[in-house]
Write a protein that binds this ligand. Structure first.
Ligand code: SF4
Length: 764
């Protein structure tokens, strides 16, 4: 074992090259093309890149391993159905450098832990299974059989199956995810935390309660036809770039767009579609008609202010609320209105941080438009009151009747390509009883009904010595989770940590007493099995299930698919006590889909419908005004204003992603849409707040958070003066995850409150 987990959780980029420029007011265009080409040429073999890019997001091709934005149902552009960050996600996967036993013999775990996340990620594709024995300083090669047997030995020596945790990242396909949860349930636990615990769990929780389905209700076509789209707490230009094309279409059809976010992000100011030569030359489309510079966590106050003004208008003039919809389809209207009347408009406006002028401009549009879509991402979901944020926006849509009709509805935008699908096929620590009953009926074993650990619960359990084995199916757990030092200590307490990965990442370097790295195929690679090259499937943000099939030969002959890894681990662990013929699934993934069809609603004729070039839509009750709630109606809810105040020296901080980043993967050190180059350890501050603290541009500071008497510190950040509301600041994820207290999470959903961390900024 190498040195302390605490040391390994640091990311030591240096400061010397930081450059700050004025943030641009336009996005994509030539700059995106230039950046994509330079990235591809630096890191890939050109022929692989051409072959893969021609097939990514095309019908019959492979699904982008980046975000979960849907592909158009109809025609796909032959020029390329992807964005700059999709190209970068693909490039990461098809890197020309391979790392093998020689790499690990040269570099100790301690040495690698000293590299930056960027350097770790760029070391290359993993090409053979590796094992870190107890007390060793270097990973060493291991055969697949020995790796499976080691996992089996650890799992079978646990006193209780609940001493193992099985994490899933959102890249895992439906087939692999279904088998994985099946193995975990047959093994005897529900400990299936996943990345949605950290992003849209709050959306799922709020939408299930109010609309009866934990997913969004709109399609791409709805976005094109909306009269008003409100984009709240989301930066699509970086995190879901092709959404900009959909917003551009909406604008072309006469729709209006309001961006509600503490930062004015370039993607929502103007978008130059790189596939439109005229726009490339003439300068793009303005996207947001209004940008509302809301204070961090001012969202409930903002929506309440709108609701109060709508109520006032309704009482004065009538005809504002859609009473036909409310009477026929909703529940709880009267108590919602009674509660709303206890709030004061001016107080709400003040708490939202919005000027009266900006509010009036927004209000006029909301009042006028009858087809409203609200889109959101982690700016809403990562607060202690995240569930309230989403329930309050649903209240607005219900008053307007903007659910279950063309051009209207909810649009939570998912971050990772199959995060939604993984949950649909059973990756859920709190799966419904009906699903468990179907598993029992189909496979003849009784899955435990006890709820398992979410991500937060799993980390706490590790620290309390209740977890002995951690198994990560994809992802970079330690970089994604909050409270890095505490989480790393928990990982170090495990007897065995296992990661199924395509590339090296920090989680391989923050290990348990023993550790395994199991290298797997990328999306772009052909999955050869006994019955031929396999097709798999994924579900995007709008509930469309489509096929994904790799086109390149695997980068190494020693890779296994995620399906094969699950089957291998399951067979080795469960041996004669399994009721399932695991190796048959590995030979032919059609068999997995046949099972999914039997166990999960909406997948009838799965194999047949997967052949449809654009896939198929899963049922969505909210889309048809068939609300599967307790009452059969959509629910109004009562939500309180968040109750926190800052002391004089405190700021509220949110973590954000740079443009050269996808979740925990760092593509580069630039954030050109915010004018920051060559450095990630920066803190964006309002210039007035800087002046109050006597802080200069690029001064080095330390940041500390205090939560329930515990102080957490992050050192060496450079101050960047920025247009961000007063008393707010922003830093990059994952560098400041260290400041996110493990106990600060959304009520009901347990999403970490990574967007509202109370901090003080101190000169270094
Ligand atoms: S928008 Fe998302 S899914 Fe589409 S190419 Fe870009 S990263 Fe990939």
């Amino acid at each position: 074992m190498s040195s302390s987990a605490e040391d390994k959780s640091k990311t030591p980029e240096t400061f010397k090259n930081l450059k700050i420029k004025t943030p641009p007011k336009n996005s994509v265009g030539f700059e995106a093309l230039k950046s994509s080409v330079s990235y591809i040429s630096k890191y890939t073999k050109p022929l692989d890149a051409v072959k893969a890019s021609l097939k990514m997001n095309q019908k019959g091709g492979f699904d982008c391993p980046g975000c979960a934005w849907p592909d158009p149902d109809d025609e796909r552009s032959s020029l390329g159905e992807y964005c700059e960050n999709g190209i970068k996600a693909m490039t990461e996967e098809i890197q020309k450098t391979l790392i093998d036993r020689n790499f690990f013999a040269t570099h100790s775990v301690d040495e690698l832990a000293g590299w930056s996340d960027f350097e770790i990620g760029k070391s290359g594709r993993l090409s053979e299974p590796m094992y870190l024995p107890k007390g060793a300083t270097h990973y060493q090669p291991i055969s697949w059989d020995n790796a499976f047997n080691k996992i089996a030995k650890h799992l079978n020596s646990l006193e209780n199956p609940d001493e193992a945790v099985f994490y899933t990242s959102g890249r895992t396909t439906n087939e692999a995810a279904f088998l994985y949860q099946l193995f975990v349930r047959e093994f005897g636990t529900s400990n299936l935390p996943d990345c949605s615990n950290m992003c849209h769990e709050a959306s799922g929780s709020a939408l299930s309660e109010t609309l009866g389905i934990g997913k969004g209700s709109v399609t791409l076509d709805d976005l094109y036809k909306a009269e008003l789209v409100m984009v709240v707490g989301q930066n699509p230009g970086t995190n879901h770039p092709r959404m900009l094309s959909a917003l551009e279409k909406c604008k072309k059809n006469g729709g209006k767009i309001i961006a509600i976010n503490p930062l004015a992000e370039a993607g929502l100011i103007k978008f130059t579609n790189p596939q439109n030569p005229i726009k490339l030359l003439t300068g793009g489309t303005q996207i947001a008609d209004i940008h509302v510079s809301i204070t961090i966590n001012g969202d409930v106050a903002f929506f309440k202010a709108i609701l109060l003004k709508l109520l006032e208008k309704e009482e004065q003039e009538g005809g504002v609320f859609n009473m036909d919809f409310i009477n026929e389809y909703t529940h709880g209207f009267e108590s919602f209105i009674t509660d709303l009347k206890t709030y004061n408009f001016e107080d709400c406006l003040k708490a939202s941080g919005i000027t009266r002028e900006a509010f009036d401009a927004v209000f006029d549009l909301v009042l006028e438009k009858k087809k409203i879509i609200i889109c959101w991402a982690m700016g809403l979901t990562q607060h202690q009151n995240a569930v309230d944020n989403i329930r309050e926006l649903v209240n607005l849509l219900l008053l307007n009747g903007s659910i279950g009709k063309e051009g209207a509805g909810t649009c939570p935008v998912r971050g990772h390509s199959n995060v939604q699908g993984d949950r649909t096929v059973g990756i859920w620590e709190a799966a419904p009883q009906a699903f468990l009953d179907k598993i029992e009926a189909k496979y003849g074993f009784k899955p435990t009904v006890k709820h398992g650990y979410s991500v937060i619960d799993a980390i706490k359990a590790m620290n309390e010595d209740k977890v002995k084995v951690f198994f990560g199916m994809g992802g970079n757990f330690i970089s994604a989770v909050p409270d890095t030092v505490y989480s790393a200590k928990g990982m170090a307490k495990c007897n065995l940590t296992v990661h199924v990965s395509t590339k090296l990442n920090r989680s391989h370097l923050v290990t348990g007493k023993e550790a395994l790295i199991l290298p797997t195929l990328g999306r772009s690679e052909k999955d050869h099995q006994k019955s031929g090259v396999q097709v798999q499937s994924v579900e995007n943000s709008m509930g469309i299930v489509s096929s994904t099939k790799g086109v390149l030969e695997p980068c190494s002959k020693d890779l296994l698919s995620e399906v094969a890894i699950v089957c291998g681990v399951a067979q080795a662990t469960l041996k004669d006590r399994t009721k399932i013929h695991w190796l048959a699934y590995q030979d032919d993934y059609n068999l997995v889909r046949n099972d999914i069809e039997e166990v999960i609603d909406g997948f009838q004729d799965y194999n047949k419908r997967l052949n449809k070039p654009s896939g198929f839509y899963l049922p969505n009750g909210a889309r048809e005004r068939n609300f599967k709630t307790k009452t059969g109606k959509a629910h109004f809810t009562i939500n309180k204003l968040p109750n926190w105040t800052l002391k004089d020296d405190e700021l509220i901080m949110m973590t954000i992603r740079s443009h050269d980043q996808f979740n925990t993967t760092i593509y580069g050190l630039n954030d050109r849409y915010r004018g920051v180059f060559n450095e990630r350890r920066v803190i964006f501050m309002n210039r007035h707040d800087m002046k109050n603290r006597n802080l200069q541009e690029q001064q080095v500071v330390n940041i500390q958070s205090e939560f329930k008497g515990v102080i957490r510190k992050a050192s060496n950040f450079k101050v960047v003066g920025y247009d961000i509301p007063k008393n707010c600041c922003a830093t990059y994820f994952p560098e400041t995850n260290i400041l996110v207290p493990i106990d600060s999470f959304a009520h009901t959903a347990k999403t970490p409150a990574s967007k509202s961390i109370v901090v003080t900024v101190l000169p270094h």
